[in-house]
Design a protein around this ligand. Structure first.
Ligand code: 9WN
Length: 421
């Protein structure tokens, strides 16, 4: 591969600076004008490679939006912007949290990046990690109280998974009737090609689920009792498992009692086991209302190693998928009829998912696979830019450009110069 890694490093730093809105980073200019939860945690990982203080601030700003019940919203609206739909008025979350926000959360990657950022300079980060620990603990508790089904972590809206239109939710989405959703104007398709975005069928259901939560005043107990959409997600389960292990490491280091965190880890391990689909020979999403598996080998299934599971059963799937499409990992099985290489989470490859999968593989002793995935992700970015996501069949960049988390993953993991910490 011929690439000028130094130049790409500089471009990645420039993207992070350009998307900085003062204390928080937007995912990309225009398309996503607010602070997104897991985007920000990745941004902090990237920022930590050249500005540790700013990296801590990113996480602190994210946690400043935490609701009293522990939930950390998936979107924080520090400054209004008409360029994105739905805004806080549609969510109807006024008075729920300290910052205008959405009413749902996103994959909790933050604790894992806090641990890595802290490891870069434990002395400088000591006070900051002590202040963040109780907030992360209370967010993780919220997951265990409101999203756990025997340790398998659920989503109540596709946006909570961060993998919005993944085929993993097709069955549960078909069970919704978005009656009376009313008229609304999407903004995303004004920024990027509609063929690369979720469809109107999807959006009607996304908006209807927001209206449902708003109607119930975002009361978790009431929402759980009625639960029109509740799907156990392998992605969230493995990510929370990883974050919980990192939280235990942090807690132990600062002298906290981590016995509850240990119990949660055990519960999540049990929950992860319930997501193994024997017929598919893969981890899989499961609809809680119907008890049925989605039948999807998605990139989330390959996060088992990131979750710290010593499990070699997914290796067969990696080999099969890479035989059809050499890595990086596509978001959906390339041999499935539902595979769509340009439509968002139904086929494209995402640098953030590759980074989580790769660091997990590394940790599990699968160094050759991890190295391959990292090099191929680097090549993809070097050849096609810092796009939101990429067509895995030919690398075509898709979605938004100058994307924060792609730049962050480049700096922290994919770049030949990356410290990978
Ligand atoms: C809805 C910001 C976010 C990511 C998600 C990604 C996409 C939003 C959207 O963009 O979701 O939250 O409007 O499509 O799916 O993972 O956090 O980058």
């Amino acid at each position: 591969m011929t690439m000028d890694a130094g130049m790409l490093d500089e471009r990645a730093r420039e993207i992070l600076r350009q998307n900085d809105r003062g204390g928080y980073t937007v995912p990309t200019d225009g398309l996503y004008p607010y602070q997104w939860n897991w985007d920000s945690a990745f941004a902090a990982w990237g920022l930590a490679q050249f500005d540790l203080d700013r990296a801590w601030t990113e996480i602190e700003t994210l946690l400043s939006g935490q609701w009293p019940n522990g939930m950390v919203p998936h979107i924080l609206v520090h400054a209004p912007d008409p360029g994105y739909f739905p805004g806080p008025d549609v969510w109807g979350t006024d008075g729920h949290g300290p910052v205008p926000s959405s009413g749902i959360s996103q994959p909790p990657v933050a604790a894992s990046f806090v641990r890595r950022i802290w490891d870069r300079d434990r002395t400088a980060g000591d006070a900051r990690v002590r202040a963040l620990y109780p907030k992360l603990l209370s967010w993780h508790r919220w997951f265990m109280e409101w999203r756990s089904e025997d340790g398998a972590i659920c989503i109540t809206h596709p946006w909570e998974a961060g993998r919005d239109n993944a085929p993993d939710w097709d069955g549960a989405m078909a069970g919704l009737d978005p009656v009376d959703v009313g008229a609304y104007t999407r903004r995303d398709t004004a920024h990027v090609n509609a063929d690369m975005r979720p469809t109107k069928y999807d959006y009607d259901r996304y908006v209807w689920l927001v209206q449902f939560g708003k109607r119930l005043g975002w009361d978790e107990a009431a929402m759980r009792a009625q639960a029109p959409f509740r799907v156990a997600d392998p992605g969230r389960t493995f990510i929370l498992l990883a974050a919980m292990r990192d939280l235990a490491t942090l807690g132990e280091a600062i002298g906290e009692d981590i016995s509850q965190v240990r119990r949660w880890i055990a519960a999540l391990e049990d929950g992860a086991a319930t997501l193994w689909n024997e017929d598919l020979q893969s981890y899989d999403a499961r609809d809680i209302r119907t008890g049925t598996f989605a039948g999807c080998v998605s990139n989330a299934a390959f996060l088992c190693w990131c979750g710290g599971l010593d499990d070699d059963r997914m290796i067969g799937q990696v080999n099969r998928v890479w035989n059809v499409i050499r890595c990086p990992v596509p978001s959906h099985d390339p041999e499935s009829p539902r595979f769509d290489p340009r439509r968002y989470w139904r086929g494209p490859t995402w640098a953030i998912m590759n980074a989580l999968i790769g660091t997990g593989m590394e940790q599990a002793g699968l160094g050759d696979y991890a190295g391959q995935l990292r090099r191929d992700t680097a090549e993809l970015i070097a050849a096609n830019g810092f796009a939101e996501y990429f067509d895995p069949t030919d690398g075509t960049p898709a979605g938004g450009g100058s994307f924060t988390w792609t730049a962050a993953v480049w700096l922290a993991w994919a770049s030949p110069n990356a410290g990978r910490g």
